[in-house]
Ligand binder design. Structure first.
Ligand SMILES: *Cc1c(COP(=O)(O)O)cnc(C)c1O
Length: 385
């Protein structure tokens, strides 16, 4: 089966339902009645440990990443926490991309470090940086590709090859690409992670996280810890995520098409200094993007020829782009990382990785692109005034 067919059909089985519902119902029950003591260990006992709606979603999620197993969590960060708690102990070491999602950095720096986990942050665009950091206690290499907000890439296949030779587990945060445009397990990674909140649910109305993988032993560890700490996705959010997944491929096609058009428009604009988008031939890793991704997704960032006040004026004068954090929904969002998503990152560190004060990040929605460009034009007119 191909991607869109799987996204629609896996996890739906009308023949098994009393009335043949074409859409699986939501199973809200927290507990499941048995007819005899012998049945007490059967499939569903208590909803934290297992729920039929969450199970259906997990089947769908696994199919999207060509994985054997998937788990659905209450948020992307709950999924990340469960990976770290399941696979690491005091004294272990993690090597991570230095341009990570802000919440992931906060989890590593302000929570996990307290439990004696060591973290190194390096620029994954240069493979030697990773090789140099590998120590006997290195257990995980944590990739995000493309990164937030600078759209830097890591070569997933090469990094997985290096890790495999040392018995290190490779985790890839695949949120920005979505499973439609990139499948890290097929490139050799061990664990794929998604914030369901973003493209997978796609309508800015669910907070959730997912893990997909093929290794049974690691899956059993993750499943045990997910239940032990209680980091599960609730039935209604699971159902909304299933509904979102059915249109993932058509949404991603439109997100990408609009993003390509806007990236080119911005690149040719006299008030724009630089555009970061992996689908532009000017992106320093355009060749790698073409090799490991099936498309370039819908997020880009750009710098104005001006200061932070110009950037503020620009974003505040838009009407269609919502001034908001998050990404991956049908509506276009715009934000200033320095003041919003990355405000918790110290300025020096932010500048060092390349997030300047006037950097603007855009999550391009699936509206008509002519209207989006008219709106951006409104922003440029305002800053020129
Ligand atoms: C949003 C996001 C997360 C965290 O997911 P939540 O669902 O907000 O907990 C992790 N990684 C990336 C790249 C994200 O965009």
């Amino acid at each position: 089966m191909n991607f869109s067919t799987k996204a629609i059909h896996i996890g739906e089985d009308p023949k098994k339902l009393q009335y043949g519902d074409a859409v699986s119902p939501v199973h809200f029950a927290t507990t499941f009645a048995k007819t005899s003591i012998k049945q007490i260990d059967e499939e569903y006992v208590y909803s934290r440990s297992g729920n039929p709606t969450r199970d259906n979603l997990e089947k769908k999620l696994a199919a999207l990443e060509n994985a054997k197993y998937a788990l659905a969590f209450s948020s992307g960060l709950a999924a990340e926490t469960t990976i770290l708690l399941s696979l690491l102990k005091e004294g272990d070491h993690v090597i991570a991309f230095d341009d990570l999602y802000g919440g992931t950095k906060r989890l590593f720096k302000q929570v996990m470090k307290r439990f004696g986990i060591e973290f190194s942050y390096v620029d994954f665009r240069i493979l030697e940086n990773i090789e140099k950091e590998i120590k006997p206690n290195t257990k995980i290499i944590w990739i995000e590709s493309p990164t937030n907000p600078l759209l830097k890439l890591a070569d997933i296949k090469e990094i997985s090859r290096i890790a495999k030779s040392k018995g290190i587990i490779v985790v890839v945060d695949n949120t920005f690409a979505s499973p439609y445009f990139q499948n890290p397990l097929d490139l050799g990674a061990d664990i794929v992670l998604h914030s369901i909140t973003k493209y997978i649910s796609g309508h800015s109305d669910v907070v959730g996280g997912a893990i997909m993988l093929n290794n049974e032993a690691i899956f059993e560890k993750l499943k045990f810890h997910q239940n032990a700490v209680g980091a599960i996705l609730d039935p209604f959010s699971s159902w909304l995520a299933m509904r979102g997944i059915k249109t993932l491929s058509v949404r991603m096609e439109k997100h990408e098409k609009n993003a390509q058009t806007i990236a080119k428009y911005l690149e040719n604009h006299p008030l724009v200094k630089r555009v970061h988008y992996p689908g532009l031939p000017s992106h320093p890793q355009y060749e790698l993007a073409k090799k490991q991704m099936k498309g370039f997704s819908g997020i880009l960032s750009f710098e104005l020829k001006g200061d932070i006040n110009m950037a503020i004026k620009f974003v505040e004068n838009l009407k269609l782009f919502f001034l908001a954090e998050s990404l991956g929904g049908v509506e276009s969002l715009i934000e200033l990382p320095a003041l919003m998503t990355h405000s918790s990152v110290p300025r020096e560190e932010r500048i060092k990785v390349g997030i300047s004060d006037s950097l603007i990040r855009v999550s391009v929605g699936i509206e008509d692109v002519e209207d989006l460009i008219d709106d951006l034009e409104r922003g440029f007119t305002a800053v020129k005034a």
